[in-house]
Design a protein around this ligand. Structure first.
Ligand code: PLP
Length: 543
């Protein structure tokens, strides 16, 4: 199960009554009871008020779960973690594969030719030989810059044609149209922002302080222009209001021709924009951008990326090859955070981006800028292709799933039947499994010392189960002051020593090797080497 977004609207959940209306016949077909069926979509079994969540259902029916970037994997552990009570976030099986984009679809043809000339091995299939991309540094600045200008000129011509196209619904005034024609120029630093107008993407952030924006776009020597495009979901009124606000700002006399909103956003316009602007801007509310992909399209075209460190950019950002806003939130209050982020954007544009872009030598090539493009191409772009993504899926998930699937099915599903029978047996006995005692058996009153060995013994009443159906482990965590943020530092399994009737004795000689204050506890779990991971059968008892 690949979970795609932390935004709640992306995790559908329905009342039980609605599920009953449409899926009442499912349990019969599957040979299970209604309770078994409905509980597949809940974290609290049999809670009539909990909705049936499609994401919980998917987790329960999938061996592996992943987010679409490293950070999104972490955030998904928080969102889904409630499904496995008794386990900490650190321990969950949820992984990640960072999204990528298709090189041959999104990289401009002239750049593909240029790259092929200098490092043909760098983007040929079956892999893009990522290290070969370092040869981007061998391309003469003037040659790379010339190709970038080709793309920018194409975009500008397209925009001019588009805004004058009588077939398009008109909202730009005649004055705006004239201004757009006058001020859209290839030698003006151009910043693009285009995507779905979901509110978390904060398309309006740039308009937080209109006077500062005014000073930036109307700087007489070093002007800046902004191109916006995007659509909102038909039911997303707040998203549509963002577009309205952009159109309003674009119509203000001081921004006419400087802030341009392009309608009818689609893949074709997206392609031209990510290839043709100088900077691609992204301003999501952390940590809601699961991955984001338009910036990946931009960087493979040498379009510099400027974004909040969220989604793919946490992994992608490379000093000198793009710009970032910090990953950590400074304010709880979203309005304060927006204000801070907006100020950081203005300052970065003024102090860093604009000078880099406009510093020209006699050949009119911005060498510093082109150097940044090269860093972006060599150290960022090749890591975010669909090729790399598919390789990750293969190595982290599909490969092992294929193998396990083959074993499970062999011999008329023998392994599947064995595991199912074992799970049934353990489930039936689990309520009676009881931790009788857990103690350090040879510790006096003196302090615990590094390098000394201390025996811990746990006695479990395993009533009806076999001693090796049960695992006993000692968990050590940094001293816990926030139950939601437990950091497990060590986990060690105890060894079965002996059995007396239904009592099993487990032991470990524990030798502390770090100083500090830790919380330590004992946990009992069902143990079977055939399980892919603990979350597959997440019964657990804590002492
Ligand atoms: C790539 C793409 C997107 C996704 O952009 P994000 O950066 O993930 O917001 C949206 N729309 C179109 C048309 C695209 O091509």
């Amino acid at each position: 199960f690949t979970t795609h977004t932390p935004v709640p609207a992306g995790h559908d959940a329905f009342p039980e009554s609605m599920i009953r209306q449409y899926m009442g016949h499912y349990p019969d077909r599957l040979g299970i009871t209604w309770e078994q069926f409905i509980n597949l979509g809940k974290t609290n079994p049999n809670d009539p008020n909990e909705k049936f969540s499609m994401s919980f259902l998917a987790c329960n029916l999938s061996q592996e779960v992943n987010g679409v970037s490293w950070l999104h994997g972490e955030v998904s552990k928080d969102i889904l973690g409630g499904m496995w009570p008794g386990y900490f976030k650190d321990e969950l099986h949820i992984g990640y594969v960072t999204n990528g984009v298709h090189f041959f679809t999104w990289c401009a043809a002239n750049l593909q030719r240029l790259y092929a000339k200098y490092f043909p091995e760098g983007f040929s299939l079956p892999d893009y030989s990522i290290p070969a991309w370092q040869k981007v540094h061998e391309i003469p600045d003037s040659e790379l810059w010339a190709e970038r200008l080709v793309l920018k000129n194409k975009l500008i011509a397209h925009v001019k044609k588009r805004v004058s196209d009588p077939a398009h619904f008109r909202f730009d005034s005649p004055v705006q149209l004239i201004r757009i024609h006058e001020s859209l120029k290839p030698d003006v630093l151009t910043i693009g922002f285009a995507r779905r107008f979901a509110t978390y993407k904060r398309a309006h952030l740039l308009f937080t302080n209109l006077d500062r924006l005014d000073a930036i776009v109307n700087n007489p020597e070093r002007p800046v222009q902004f191109l916006f495009a995007g659509k909102a979901h038909p039911n997303d009124k707040p998203g549509q209001d963002l577009i309205k606000r952009i159109v309003e700002v674009a119509a203000m006399p001081r921004f006419a021709g400087k802030v341009i909103f392009l309608q009818n956003y689609d893949m074709e316009l997206a392609r031209r924009m990510v290839q043709g602007v100088d900077i691609w801007l992204n301003t999501p509310t952390r940590p809601l951008e699961a991955s984001g992909t338009s910036g990946e399209k931009a960087v493979m075209n040498g379009t510099m990326h400027f974004s909040v460190l969220d989604g793919w950019w946490v992994e992608g950002y490379h000093e000198g090859g793009g710009w970032k806003l910090p990953m950590e939130r400074t304010f709880e209050d979203q309005n304060f955070q927006n204000e801070l982020d907006a100020e950081l954007i203005y300052t970065t544009i003024e102090n860093d981006i604009v000078p880099k872009y406009y510093n020209r030598s006699t050949d009119n090539v911005p060498h510093e800028w082109v150097e940044a493009i090269k860093v972006c191409l060599a150290d960022i772009a090749p890591n975010f292709t669909t090729n790399r993504m598919l390789t990750d899926y293969q190595e982290r998930f599909y490969g092992k799933l294929y193998e396990r699937n083959t074993h499970m099915r062999a011999d008329d599903f023998r392994m599947a039947r064995e595991i199912a029978a074992w799970k049934r047996k353990v489930s039936n006995a689990w309520d009676k499994v009881r931790i009788v005692s857990a103690q350090r058996i040879d510790m006096g009153k003196e302090a615990i010392l590094i390098g000394h060995s201390y025996n811990v013994e746990v006695v479990v009443d395993i009533d009806g189960l076999k001693a090796d159906d049960i695992g006993v482990e000692m968990i050590m965590a940094d001293q816990i002051d926030d139950g939601n943020n437990v950091k497990v530092v060590a986990k060690r399994e105890l060894k079965l020593e002996r059995q007396e009737g239904s009592l099993a004795f487990y032991r470990i000689a524990s030798t502390p090797d770090t100083t500090g204050s830790f919380d330590i506890a004992i946990r009992v779990f069902p143990k079977n080497a055939k399980l892919p991971h603990r979350m597959d059968f997440a019964l657990v008892k804590w002492a």
